[in-house]
Design a protein around this ligand. Structure first.
Ligand code: NAD
Length: 511
């Protein structure tokens, strides 16, 4: 059987990444499947990041002159290259992050989808014509390219998050400098190679339109601090966003923050419990609980609590945990030891707060000692306290009981995060209240499905400590452009707005 290291090498070579990019560097990349080293990349320095920003600035000045539908052609070609590379890149995502095979492929499909969306968008960057109070005047609103967009991304969607930002930024006329997670540089190198093939086919892409910079926080900070980067899109923990958001704001830059979630589902008395069970299982245990939208809190009406939680306990006890590329397992490994330790700490805190923990132990037989597999944990909590109000990036589902709908809504909204939420109900009054202004306070509110698994067509993001940013579909593109309002006087007089008079003595030169 091919080892993960050998397979990674084969995949990277097939994707066109030169061996010098993933061997011989000082940062060791490990696969969470077995813990073994699968690459050694060279980090960029903060000075290298500054140089990349300089090149991106020059590229922006050329790219903004290219008509938007032609910019869309580059993104269309990128989508074609991603289609051709889907099998290999999807597999590489699984090797580097530990996702099951279909989720690795799904991540690449999401990249293809956003390229299709952005290609169409390149002909739809509409502005407005606005009625003006002044005679012989016209007023309009235009959207112009913003400049260099800095993208900082998290480990758990190592390539899709880049594409959500970059596909929009390219059609909007911006250049992109990307710092991926230091845990996932290999998939980023593959994206760099795929992009360069699209750029070659396009011809005439300015040098520096897209630059990948590798490294940890210090390299990201170079993007955050640099006034030549008007837009910083940062995806990761709330702790990171608190620092990045403040620093970008200090220099009056714009940040698109996509931070931690603590997503809940409410199960009402009218819910279809079989459907709910399947949806909860995927949302809470899929991706080993390492999605920003993973289901972390289940708020169940007391009339259906015993039936639903009884069934859930059986599903939790039987779900297969193991190497998703060599077994049929639905739950793969946690990214690293720190993630496993964080999970155990949260479970201990839950016990201290009166919780009853089912599952959560390490599955040592699933992989070598250096790999961290854990059984997903279901935790019955007496109240929403302690670890329940924090995001632990692991497969822990806290279960709470409610009796009145208002109480369920208060629990759903009673955490600092505001990314995603859902309700299971067939009572239309409860459904409508949940999605109304008095309902869920999250950026995403689903009905009869879990909180995870968003499509690219909608704007993605959340409120409160999730950061308030929106990416991907709908009109999220506006964050990558600058808005300009222009009033044009085509008359021979100078009427002032609000009827203001300011008649100066022009010495009789007026007509
Ligand atoms: P992380 O915060 O540890 O790192 C994210 C990225 O930020 C990395 O590239 C890291 O190097 C960089 N970084 C950290 N500190 C920085 C600083 N001060 N300046 C500049 N860059 C800095 O997150 P992670 O462990 O990779 O990912 C998991 C977290 O990401 C979870 O909280 C999850 O909910 C969140 N997430 C959110 C979304 C979303 O769309 N809301 C999507 C995916 C992941």
């Amino acid at each position: 059987m091919t080892s993960p290291a050998a397979e990674t090498r084969q995949l990277l070579e097939a994707l066109g990444v030169p061996a010098s990019r993933f061997t011989g560097g000082s940062r060791t990349v490990r696969t969470p499947l077995t813990g073994e080293a699968i690459g050694a990349v060279k980090d960029d320095s903060p000075a290298g990041a500054k140089a990349a920003i300089g090149k991106a600035q020059a590229a922006f000045e050329a790219w903004r002159k290219v008509p938007a539908p032609q910019r869309g052609e580059l993104v269309r070609l990128l989508g074609e290259e991603l289609r051709a590379a889907k099998t290999e890149l999807g597999r590489l995502v699984s090797l580097e992050v530990g996702k099951i095979a279909s989720e690795g492929l799904g991540e690449v499909q999401e990249m293809i989808d956003i390229c299709d969306f952005a290609t169409g968008l390149s002909r739809q960057l509409y502005g407005l014509t606005i009625a003006t109070e002044r005679g012989d005047h016209r007023m309009m609103e235009q959207w112009h390219p913003a400049g260099v967009v800095g993208v900082i991304s998290a480990f758990n969607f190592p390539v899709a998050v880049w594409s959500w930002n970059a596909a929009l930024a390219f059609v909007c006329g911006d250049s992109v400098v990307w710092k991926p997670s230091e845990k996932t540089p290999l998939t980023a190198l593959a994206v760099e190679a795929i992009f360069s093939r699209a750029a070659k086919r396009f011809g005439g892409v300015p040098d520096g339109l897209f630059t990948l910079i590798l490294g940890a926080r210090e390299v990201g900070e170079a993007l955050v601090e640099d006034p030549r980067v008007p837009v910083v899109s940062a995806t990761g923990s709330t702790a990171m966003g608190r620092i990045v958001g403040e620093r970008v704001a200090r220099r009056f830059g714009r940040s698109i923050l996509e931070l931690g979630g603590n997503n809940a589902s409410i199960v009402t008395p009218s819910a279809d419990l079989d459907l709910a069970l399947r949806a909860i299982a995927f949302a809470a245990m899929g991706t080993a609980g390492q999605r920003c939208t993973s289901l972390r809190r289940l708020i169940v009406h007391d009339s259906v609590y015993d039936e639903l939680v009884g069934k859930l306990k059986k599903v939790y006890a039987s779900i297969s945990v193991g190497n998703p590329l060599t077994t049929e397992s639905l739950v793969g490994p946690l990214i690293d030891k720190a993630a496993f330790d964080g999970m155990q700490k949260a479970l201990e805190e839950a016990r201290k707060a009166g919780g009853t923990v089912h599952g959560g132990a390490r599955v040592t037989e699933a992989g070598p000692q250096e790999a961290y597999y854990a059984r997903p944990a279901l935790v019955e909590m007496p109240e929403q306290v302690g670890p329940v109000v924090n995001e632990t990036f692991a497969p822990i589902l806290y279960v709470l009981k409610y009796s009145e709908f208002d109480e369920a809504l208060a629990l759903q909204n009673g955490v600092p995060q505001g990314l995603s939420s859902s309700i299971f109900a067939t009572d239309m009054r409860e459904v409508e209240r949940f999605v109304s202004a008095q309902g869920s306070d999250c950026g995403i509110a689903n009905v009869n499905m879990g909180p995870s698994g968003a499509e690219i067509g909608g704007a993605f993001g959340g409120e409160k400590e999730t950061g308030g940013g929106r990416e991907s579909g709908s009109d999220a593109w506006k964050a990558y452009m600058r808005r300009q309002t222009s009033a044009i006087n085509y008359g021979r007089t100078l009427p002032l707005a609000q009827g203001v008079k300011f008649d100066v003595d022009d010495g009789g030169t007026s007509p």
